[in-house]
Ligand binder design. Structure first.
Ligand SMILES: *[C@@H]1O[C@H](CO)[C@@H](O)[C@H](O)[C@H]1NC(C)=O
Ligand SMILES: *[C@@H]1O[C@H](CO)[C@@H](O)[C@H](O)[C@H]1NC(C)=O
Length: 207
C-alpha cells in the first residue's frame, strides 16, 4: 500500500503551506483592491479637473437712475444691463425667469414688474446680456436720503437678481438651485454709474 504510506506526510506539510498561501492571496486581493481604489481616485480627479463646474459670472455693464433731481418727491427709475457669463467648457446652464429688484440699504426702491429675462438656456462659454428697467411704485422712504447722497457725490444701490438654475451636461441634469445675485452699483449726481463701479463682479449665492 504505497499510497496509504505517502498520503499522511503530504497532509502533514500541506497545512502550513495552505496557511501561507491564504495569506498571500489575501495580501494580493488587498493590494489589488487598493490599487484599483487609487486608480479610480486619480481618474475621478482628472475628470473633475476636466469638467470642473464653475459658477456663472455676473457683471453690471450699465446702470443708470432717473429722478434723482426730484429730491425724493417722485419714484426713481432704473435702467440696467447685466452680462451673464457661463465660463464652463462642457456644462450648460438653464435659467428660469430672472427677477430684478433695486435696493438702497434695506429699502426696496425699484422692482421690475416683468421678469428681466424669460427662461433661457446658456450654452458653454456663452455670454448673455440681460437688460431692463425697474421702478419704484411710490417715492421710497429713503428717497430724500438717496437724493442728498447723490447731490453730495455718489449713492450706492444694490441690484439683485433672482432665478432658478440647472446645470446640464449632455443628458445629465442637476437639481434646480435657487440662484441669487447681488451687485453693488455706485451712481453719481447725474444718475449714471461711476467709473469705479463699472464691470465689477457681482456676488452670487445659492439658497
Ligand atoms: C432739489 O434740491 C436741490 C438742493 O436743495 C435744489 O437745488 C434743487 O432745485 C431741488 N430740485 C427740485 C426739483 O426740487
Ligand atoms: C449665447 O447663447 C444664446 C442662446 O443660445 C445665443 O443667442 C447667443 O448668440 C450666444 N452668444 C454668444 C456670444 O455666443
Amino acid at each position: 500500500m504505497p499510497t496509504e504510506l505517502s498520503s499522511p506526510p503530504t497532509l502533514f506539510i500541506s497545512r502550513p503551506v495552505h496557511r501561507t498561501l491564504t495569506k498571500r492571496v489575501v495580501k494580493l486581493i488587498c493590494s489589488a483592491f487598493l490599487s484599483l481604489l487609487l486608480a479610480a481616485c486619480v481618474l475621478l480627479f482628472v475628470l473633475w479637473l476636466a469638467l470642473r463646474p464653475h459658477l456663472p459670472r455676473f457683471h453690471v455693464s450699465s446702470f443708470s437712475v432717473t429722478g434723482l433731481s426730484a429730491n425724493g418727491s417722485a419714484p426713481l427709475t432704473f435702467s440696467f444691463e447685466v452680462a451673464v457669463r457661463n465660463p464652463n467648457q462642457e456644462i450648460a446652464v438653464s435659467y428660469d425667469s430672472v427677477f430684478v429688484s433695486v435696493y438702497y440699504r434695506d429699502d426696496r426702491v425699484g422692482t421690475a414688474v416683468a421678469p428681466a429675462a424669460g427662461p433661457f438656456f446658456q450654452p458653454p462659454k456663452n455670454t448673455t446680456v440681460i437688460s431692463g428697467k425697474a421702478a419704484g411704485v411710490a417715492p421710497a422712504a429713503a428717497a430724500g436720503t438717496v437724493a442728498r447722497e447723490a447731490r453730495a457725490g455718489s449713492v450706492v444701490f444694490r441690484l439683485e437678481l433672482a432665478s432658478v438654475v440647472r446645470f446640464r451636461m449632455s443628458t445629465w441634469d442637476t437639481h434646480r438651485h435657487d440662484l441669487h445675485v447681488s451687485c453693488d452699483v455706485e451712481v453719481g449726481p447725474d444718475g449714471l454709474s461711476t467709473v469705479g463701479s463699472k464691470d465689477k463682479r457681482c456676488y452670487i449665492y445659492f439658497l
